[in-house]
Design a protein around this ligand. Structure first.
Ligand SMILES: *[C@@H]1O[C@H](CO)[C@@H](O)[C@H](O)[C@H]1NC(C)=O
Length: 228
């Protein structure tokens, strides 16, 4: 039976590739919880594949990136992502992109992409961009790299590092970003820390940020806009 031999071929390939790659595969989503009962398990890291016979050009197509995002929000920016969740042809291809619009003085607040390196090209306007390195060691500070970008300039944000973009100008800014994952993920630092559901315990945040509990309560009571 063709299906049976396909399963055997996949099993053999899985064994061979696990021997040639000594490390774990990179996750394509936040988590993939292990189960011992195989009945309801899903053996996938990413999304299922459509039957190739049923694939059409539209699976690789998306329109609308000529349209600016709505920047009328607390931070004055809007990210329009194009990833495997809205362009299914990207599954397993390790790449995605985003259009980012910034109102005058708009900010794409400090965030990280846990699964992707990003490069950003400015098409219009000005951007003050930066990223911070991971902890360097005892008694040393996390190093910050910044740059002012103009149209045509490109900047790279290495995978996992906290980064931001701010429009210091009186006119709007438009940028496009490429990301090295079909699903790079976004963790907006303020939203994750002060806007989680349920909230993180006051004592934890008070100690971590060296502030009083009432400041924690104030921050937790704010509306943390997700610009993605
Ligand atoms: C943009 O968002 C604001 C706030 O949510 C809303 O009031 C406004 O109608 C939106 N504009 C467009 C063009 O969708």
């Amino acid at each position: 039976m063709a299906f049976k031999s396909l399963i055997i071929a996949i099993a053999i390939m899985a064994v061979i590739s696990s021997m040639s790659h000594a490390s774990d595969p990179s996750p394509l989503q936040d988590f993939c919880v292990a189960v011992d009962d195989t009945k309801n398990a899903v053996f996938v890291n990413g999304k299922f594949c459509k039957d190739p016979k049923l694939v059409v050009a539209e699976d690789f197509f998306k329109s609308g990136l000529n349209m600016p995002g709505n920047t009328s929000n607390n931070v004055g920016s809007a990210v329009t992502p194009v990833n495997v969740n809205n362009l299914p042809g990207l599954n397993t291809l390790g790449i995605s992109l985003a259009r980012i619009d910034y109102a005058p003085y708009g900010l794409n607040p400090p965030h990280t992409h846990p699964r992707g390196t990003e490069f950003l090209v400015v098409l219009e306007g000005t951007l003050y961009v930066g990223f911070v390195l991971s902890n360097p060691g005892p008694n040393m500070k996390n190093k910050l790299f910044t740059k002012i970008l103009h149209p045509g300039d490109v900047f790279v944000f290495p995978i996992g590092l906290i980064h931001f973009q701010f429009n210091p100008g009186k006119t709007k800014t438009v940028a496009f970003a490429g990301l090295s994952s079909q699903n790079p993920g976004v963790i907006t630092i303020a939203n994750a820390v002060f806007g989680s559901d349920p909230p993180i315990n006051d004592d934890v945040l008070a100690k971590a940020f060296q502030i009083e509990n009432k400041v924690v309560d104030y921050l937790q009571s704010q509306f943390w806009w997700d610009n993605n």
